[in-house]
Design a protein around this ligand. Structure first.
Ligand code: FAD
Length: 341
């Protein structure tokens, strides 16, 4: 069990800036995100695209903004739990919170901030006739422990960075890899494509291009073989021990809908003073919240994070007045930031 002041659900720009605002007020945070890297939409959807409306930053890419936010929160040493989805948020009898992830990590916190954006990014599913009729225990949409594939025959489906990254990482772990991609061009960085092609030339990887998985042969609860249908050729059946699918991610509100909050379509209603939800002690900032006049912009989320931090500090220390202090001149802020006077 991890004890902290605040659990932040979502490591998008607003979740990251929330760490900063809480840190300035002396509060510790743990951040959880269901995807493998921080940055939310900025890194998942537009890492290389320029953003022009961050105050004081004439232009930066989604990735640069994320890197700068990560640098800015370094002094506060927050816990970062990636590749874990928050499934449970429950209030305890003493008004603290119990938070759990799908990886079994548990947190005890005095407050929770939901910075879940447009929802938890979920892997796009493999759509094969009857695939919903069974649950295959060897069909994977994410890799938690690469060692589990040691000596296995793998089919890896997809043609983006994740698919190629895992081909390259597992090529020396697995017995053999068959990569299946629906095009002959890849949406991955050139260096990865080049390395993958070298492994194909060495016979360590088979790459079947312009093809898709059209059927699976099941035995008990496992896929034993997968049928690959190339665009202009006869289908081939490939025996497999495991199938890994990397078709990209799509956001879904997911478990947040089950936490008893006042939800307005796909957003959470908050008050625009504290950004508190209908459950006292649970706050929501960034794209996930709604209040009159709400705009889904990063700078609006930053403002919300600042006010939520003040409200959380007041909730945790109800008898003290929470004063505004300037980072320019306040010795206590300098101490928290680790800068010399
Ligand atoms: P997000 O960035 O969506 O991050 C939320 C994170 O929460 C995600 O990583 C998600 O996986 C995680 N999460 C959700 N639920 C869970 C859960 N249960 N457990 C664990 N993790 C969870 N805005 C601007 O201001 N200027 C721009 O120029 C601009 N350009 C854009 C261009 C594009 C193409 C797009 C798509 C958006 C653009 N935006 C821009 C909007 C901006 O990206 C969003 O406003 C911003 O990302 C919202 O930040 P956030 O932290 O609220 O949420």
């Amino acid at each position: 069990m991890i004890n902290t002041d605040v659990v932040i659900v979502g490591a998008g720009p607003c979740g990251l800036f929330q760490v900063f605002e809480l840190g300035l007020l002396g509060l510790k945070a743990e951040v959880i995100d269901s995807i493998r890297q921080p940055g939310g939409q900025c890194t998942e959807l537009y890492p290389d695209k320029p953003i022009y409306d961050i105050p004081g930053v004439p232009v930066c890419t989604g990735l640069e903004l994320t890197d700068n936010l990560l640098k800015q929160i370094e002094p506060f040493g927050c816990g970062m739990h990636l590749n874990e989805e928050v499934t449970v948020v429950r209030k305890n009898d003493d008004e603290t919170f119990h938070v759990e992830t799908d990886a079994g990590t548990e947190f005890h916190a005095k407050a929770v901030v939901i910075a879940g954006g447009v929802g938890s990014f979920q892997p796009r599913q493999l759509l094969i006739p009857r695939i919903d009729d069974f649950t295959a225990d060897n069909l994977h949409y994410r890799v938690q422990d690469p060692k589990q594939f040691a000596g296995k025959k793998l089919a890896i489906l997809g043609g983006g960075d994740s698919a190629l990254d895992w081909v390259l990482e597992l090529v020396d772990v697995a017995e053999h890899i068959t990569l299946v991609h629906r095009r002959d061009e890849y949406r991955a960085v050139d260096a990865s494509v080049e390395k993958m092609r070298k492994h194909v030339a060495d016979g360590k990887v088979d790459a079947i291009e312009c093809a898709k998985a059209s059927a699976v042969d099941m035995q008990n609860d496992s896929i034993r073989a997968i049928t690959i249908q190339p665009k202009d050729a006869d289908p081939v059946e490939v025996p497999v021990d495991d199938v890994l699918v990397f078709f990209g991610l799509a956001p879904k509100l997911g478990p947040i809908a089950e936490w008893g909050l006042d939800i307005n379509r796909k957003t959470i209603n908050v008050d625009p003073e504290k950004f508190e939800t209908s459950v006292p002690g649970i706050y929501a900032v960034g794209d996930i919240n709604f209040y009159p006049g709400k705009k889904k912009l990063i700078l609006c989320g930053f403002h919300e994070a600042a006010l939520a931090a003040f409200a959380i500090k007041q909730r945790i220390e109800p008898d003290k007045k929470v004063r505004v202090q300037y980072t320019t001149t306040s010795p206590i802020m300098h101490e928290r930031l680790g800068v010399k006077e």
